[in-house]
Design a protein around this ligand. Structure first.
Ligand SMILES: Nc1ncnc2c1ncn2[C@@H]1O[C@H](COP(=O)(O)OP(=O)(O)OP(=O)(O)O)[C@@H](O)[C@H]1O
Ligand SMILES: [Mg+2]
Length: 284
């Protein structure tokens, strides 16, 4: 752990009233999972990693290896067939308000509510007074750079704006853990860059623990404290956790950026190669 990691961890932990700077916010221990619908083919086998308080942890791996499955398990949408999984020190037994989830292209905004009403929806559900709902919503609209668009309806917004609203809506519920599955995957390069910067800024400001899935290695190096690279499935597991010990704010031009990019790239290429060789072996 670098000194930056230590200070971030300790600060985040103290701000949440934690007693130990090393306590994991998410602890995934020897987790196994099989979708029964796919003939009980084992998707995950002995997946283990932990996320420290306030850490930005990314998961990368070949397509179909099981990244979304890991996120669904942490979110409490599915249950491990073996192993243990805790979030904020509690065994995960279903979805919880401490975990906010953003999926790629998850266009689940309510079309009959304005952008601001969508963002304030969580506060409304909790029965907060109208003034407070608006206050929360306005704050998070500003945070994701959507000031001035409060009264628009989702159908009047671009895809990138809708994605910002989804992120604002999740943030407005103030989960301590943010689970993001390729949240920028469907966006154009410009919007994607903007949202990467904004997420980095929001993360630094709010000290949330983030588990982030992406196929974009540069995006992972730009945002993460550590990157867990998964093996190809079936029986996928974490092959290596790469520490991204670059100073923040991150610059793609940093001399070590390319080195870290290449390390992760090599791991993924090797996994894809192994998976192809396995399939060829099965066909022979
Ligand atoms: N609902 C389901 N029922 C049966 N099998 C599923 C289901 N969802 C996913 N799978 C299988 O589980 C494996 C892991 O899927 P998952 O979506 O977690 O992969 P992923 O790493 O997120 O892939 P991608 O990078 O393409 O998003 C795949 O082989 C997939 O076919
Ligand atoms: Mg996926």
């Amino acid at each position: 752990m670098t000194s930056k990691d230590l200070s971030t961890t300790a600060a985040a932990d103290l701000s949440r009233g934690g007693s130990s700077p090393s306590a994991a916010v998410i602890d995934v221990r020897n987790v196994c999972f099989a979708y029964t619908a796919s003939g009980s083919v084992s998707v995950l086998k002995d997946v283990s990693f932990e996320c420290r308080p306030g850490e930005f942890f990314s998961l990368l791996g070949p397509s179909g290896c099981g990244k979304t499955t890991v996120l669904r398990l942490i979110a409490g949408f599915d249950y491990p067939t073996a192993g243990t999984l805790t979030a904020d020190g509690q065994a995960v037994s279903g979805p919880g308000v401490n975990r906010g989830v953003v999926f790629q292209g998850d266009d689940s905004l309510f079309n009959w509510l304005t952008a601001m009403e969508n963002v304030g929806f969580g506060a409304r559900l909790r029965g907060r007074p109208k003034a407070e709902q608006q206050d929360v919503a306005r704050r998070f609209m500003d945070l994701v750079g959507l000031k001035g668009h409060e009264r628009k309806y989702p159908q009047e917004l671009s895809g990138g704006m809708r994605q910002r609203i989804q992120i604002a809506r999740v943030l407005a519920n103030d989960p301590s853990i943010l689970l993001m599955d390729e949240p920028f995957g469907a966006l154009d390069a410009q919007t994607r860059n903007e949202l990467q910067d904004e997420l980095s800024r929001i993360w630094a400001k709010t000290e949330k623990t983030v588990v982030f899935i992406t196929h974009d290695i540069a995006e992972a190096v730009l945002l993460s404290d550590r990157v867990g690279v998964m093996t190809s499935g079936p029986n996928a597991t974490i092959r290596e956790i790469v520490e991204i010990n670059l100073p923040r704010p991150r610059m793609r031009s940093h001399v070590d950026f390319g080195r870290l990019y290449e390390r992760i790239n090599e791991l993924i290429i090797d996994e894809v190669r192994k998976s192809r060789a396995r399939h060829r072996g099965e066909e022979d």
